[in-house]
Design a protein around this ligand. Structure first.
Ligand SMILES: Cc1cc2nc3c(=O)[nH]c(=O)nc-3n(C[C@H](O)[C@H](O)[C@H](O)COP(=O)(O)OP(=O)(O)OC[C@H]3O[C@@H](n4cnc5c(N)ncnc54)[C@H](O)[C@@H]3O)c2cc1C
Length: 290
């Protein structure tokens, strides 16, 4: 198995900037995220404060970022990372169904909007899942729920419906609903709670309670301490120093996930610093190992 020098999680300005700098510094990198980049880029109608690119639209900025990646032959690996495990001298990254190994990690996953649901954190791993590809097989022939905050949640629900007996789909993003609906039931109610004592029993809305053996909560981002267990956070942000180092040696964070202000240019600048810090970290660890 290839062990990358640096795994970069996130395809917003922070992750792309980190990838560009790390590649220019000659590192073997993998950039994990979304081939369409971040929807926080593509949705912006007009950006006035990105240095050297005045009055640009989000889709134009996305084109520039794509071109920059292409010019350096950096591919985006279209995968959702659910967990990063510290293995001692390296990191194992669960990206959909695949495990990827890297000597260092840069987390540039953006900030999670909104709060977690009541019961979500307590039941995570006991019937609450953030990854349909990873956990679908555990619920073969059973009834599950999908709370769909992300763009890909409709496709994930369709995938689940091929394995489980029934999918209850709660659409949380405008226009994102499964097309194939043989055993998918759309429920247009707002989930308030995931119920259950030791294991998950269902979803509670303002109007009803729905039984389900597993609840897949599919967001564009996950909470940082869920993504990398043991990371020091202040809730929704990862604590970093000025070199973008976290409390875990070899893990760096940049962009919105590293705190306010939420700005493109700040995210890109921090991505550059995180990559340079990762390069320095790798030079120390390779000296110590030789
Ligand atoms: C409508 C809108 C307009 C804006 N206008 C401006 C503006 O004019 N000027 C300005 O400076 N800022 C603006 N912002 C703020 C700006 O968008 C953010 O500060 C910036 O995008 C943050 O970049 P980032 O790289 O940290 O994170 P993001 O852009 O949020 O990118 C995070 C990326 O990580 C990926 N990701 C997340 N979790 C995972 C995972 N587990 N596995 C794999 N990939 C993952 C996501 O899919 C995404 O691609 C605007 C935001 C919005 C929503």
């Amino acid at each position: 198995m290839v062990r990358y020098d640096i795994a970069i999680i996130g395809t917003g300005p922070a992750g792309i900037s980190a990838a560009v700098t790390a590649k220019i510094r000659g590192k073997n990198i993998i950039l994990l995220g979304n081939k369409n980049l971040s929807d926080k880029i593509t949705r912006a109608s007009k950006i006035e404060n990105y240095t050297a690119l005045p009055d640009i639209s989000g889709s134009e900025l996305a084109q520039h970022l794509h071109s920059h990646l292409e010019s350096l032959e950096i591919d985006i690996t279209d995968r959702r990372v659910s967990t990063v495990y510290a293995m001692g001298s390296y990191f194992a990254i669960q990206a959909d169904e695949e495990i990827i190994e890297a000597n260092s990690v840069i987390v540039a996953s953006g900030v999670m909007q909104g709060k977690t649901l009541k019961g979500e954190k307590e039941l995570l791993g006991s019937g609450v899942s953030y990854c349909a590809t990873c956990d679908a097989r555990l619920y073969r022939g059973r009834k599950v729920a999908v709370i769909g905050y992300s763009d890909d949640s409709a496709k994930e629900a369709e995938f689940l419906s091929e394995i489980v007996s029934e999918v209850l789909f709660f659409p949380m993003k405008n226009g994102v609903v499964p097309e194939v609906r043989t055993n998918i039931k759309i429920i247009n109610e707002i989930p308030r709670e995931i119920s259950g004592e030791k294991t998950t029993s269902g979803v509670v809305t303002d109007e009803n309670e729905y039984a389900a053996d597993c609840v897949f909560v599919l967001r564009d981002s996950v909470l940082p301490d869920t993504l990398v267990p043991g990371l020091e956070t202040d809730g929704s942000h990862i604590k970093v120093d000025l070199q973008m180092r976290t409390n875990i040696s070899g893990v760096f964070a940049c962009g919105d996930i590293a705190g306010k202000p939420y700005q493109y240019i700040k995210a890109a600048g921090q991505g550059n610093v995180a990559a340079l810090s990762a390069v320095e970290y790798l030079s120390h660890t390779s000296k110590n190992n030789s």
